[in-house]
Design a protein around this ligand. Structure first.
Ligand SMILES: CC(=O)SCCNC(=O)CCNC(=O)[C@H](O)C(C)(C)COP(=O)(O)OP(=O)(O)OC[C@H]1O[C@@H](n2cnc3c(N)ncnc32)[C@H](O)[C@@H]1OP(=O)(O)O
Ligand SMILES: O=C([O-])CC(=O)C(=O)O
Length: 380
């Protein structure tokens, strides 16, 4: 250990950029090869071949489930889907002006306080809490969108898989199979991404030995911001500002971008702290978006997507991140724009809780140092 003299200023790692703070076995983000592995499996392969339920199981257990394990897990998930009446009444008490992410944050906290093992942080209790949250959260998000539209709660259907049931509870009718597939792909791609800001938040909270729901509640707060999960919602606002009606979508996208860059705005859905040559998940999500564009016959949206992406490449050489194709995909499916980040919550509950359990396996309080640069000691 080196000792620091009074005049030496330590190297500051603003935003912890480039700092490796711990190890993880859950996922590997490799910007060099532009790849993402969940427990060793390429995310593209998981998205093509697995259900979100299987991927959730993989993230928690480290291995994909056998048929019997999957049957047991999905039976548990299907049995835990109904909205707890107490959670429903808390949601109903919140104003419609509250952002849906505030509703998620509140719901996670209430669900935690009501969990029968609330104060038990054993590995078994935390796994049970993770699976319960995974099962319960779609009803929170689906019901919140419905109540904003003046619609009644739709009870879950036990004969449908996670994604099909999520869409059913939101829209009150069964979604077409290709819409269910695209939604499933989005959940898998959003599930996990190493030490991103919300996961790190969950690990910081866990490191104090606070309970799992406290960590998830904090993570939801971190995800809300537009520099992180809130960007999928912000992308849609950009699309709405540019608009897809009328001629010369490409020209309007360029003009919009020039104005936004001239006023030093960050363009939502572009750039990434780790990937500098493009986000490994974008091609898979873009393929899902293309299927939705074909399904809903919206070539205008495809034109706008490409126009802004090309203009951004030309002006800044910055590539889209996952939020860029995910936003318009959710829009086409019929979700209201403020519901997009709550969908990310439902997916990321898996990654957050896997990290919470990993943190506890070899815990050390997370408490970095700061370099004081305020006034020198003085007297009153
Ligand atoms: C699922 C996710 O959470 S993915 C991230 C979602 N967030 C967004 O889409 C928000 C928009 N993007 C951004 O704000 C940033 O790219 C971040 C926050 C994601 C990453 O930021 P950082 O790693 O800190 O990138 P950094 O700030 O070093 O960027 C380097 C340069 O590119 C510019 N830049 C990066 N992203 C953008 C952007 N989206 N729009 C405009 N300029 C950008 C920066 O202004 C900076 O320029 P400068 O060197 O002239 O100052
Ligand atoms: O890794 C990050 O910083 C943000 C991100 O893409 C994610 O959380 O999915």
């Amino acid at each position: 250990m080196t000792t620091q003299t009074a005049t030496e200023v330590p190297e500051i790692h603003k935003g912890l950029a480039g700092v490796v703070v711990d190890t993880t076995r859950i996922s590997k983000v490799n910007p060099e090869t532009n790849s993402l592995l969940y427990r060793g499996y390429p995310v593209q392969e998981l998205a093509a071949q697995c259900s979100f339920e299987e991927v959730a199981y993989l993230l928690w257990h480290g291995e994909l489930p056998t048929a019997a394990e999957l049957a047991e897990f999905t039976a548990h998930e299907r049995a835990g889907r109904a909205l707890d009446p107490v959670v429903k009444s808390v949601i109903d008490s919140l104003p419609l002006s509250a952002h849906p992410m505030d509703v998620c944050r509140t719901a996670a906290s209430v669900i935690g306080a009501r969990h029968p093992q609330a104060e038990d942080s054993s590995p078994e209790a935390n796994l049970a809490k993770s699976k319960d949250l995974f099962a319960a959260f779609p009803a929170v998000v689906a019901y919140d969108q419905r109540r904003r539209r003046g619609q009644e709660l739709v009870e879950p259907r036990e004969d449908l898989g996670y994604s099909a049931n999520f869409l059913y509870m939101t829209f009150g009718e069964e979604a077409a199979p290709d819409v269910v597939d695209a939604f499933n792909v989005s959940m898998i791609l959003y599930a996990e991404h190493s030490f991103n800001a919300s996961t790190f938040t969950a690990r910081v909270i866990t490191s104090t030995l606070a309970d799992l729901h406290s960590a998830v509640t904090g993570a939801i707060g971190a995800l809300k911001g537009p520099l992180h999960g809130g960007a999928n919602e912000a992308v849609m606002h950009t699309f709405e500002e540019i608009g897809t009606e009328g001629p010369d979508i490409t020209g309007r996208a360029k003009t919009w971008l020039d104005d936004a860059l001239a006023s030093k705005k960050k363009i939502m859905g572009f750039g990434h702290r780790v990937y500098k040559k493009g986000d490994s998940r974008v091609p898979t999500m873009k393929a899902a978006l293309d299927k939705m564009i074909a399904h809903y016959d919206r070539p205008d949206l495809a034109e706008l997507y490409t126009a802004l992406e090309s203009a951004m490449a030309e002006k800044k050489n910055i590539k889209p991140n996952l939020d860029y194709p995910a936003g318009p995909t959710y829009h086409l499916m019929g979700f209201d724009t403020p519901t997009f980040t709550p969908l990310f919550v439902c997916a990321r509950i898996t990654g957050w809780t896997a990290h919470i359990m990993e943190q506890l396996e070899a815990n050390s309080l997370i408490r970095p140092l700061s370099e004081y640069n305020g006034p020198e000691q003085r007297s009153l």
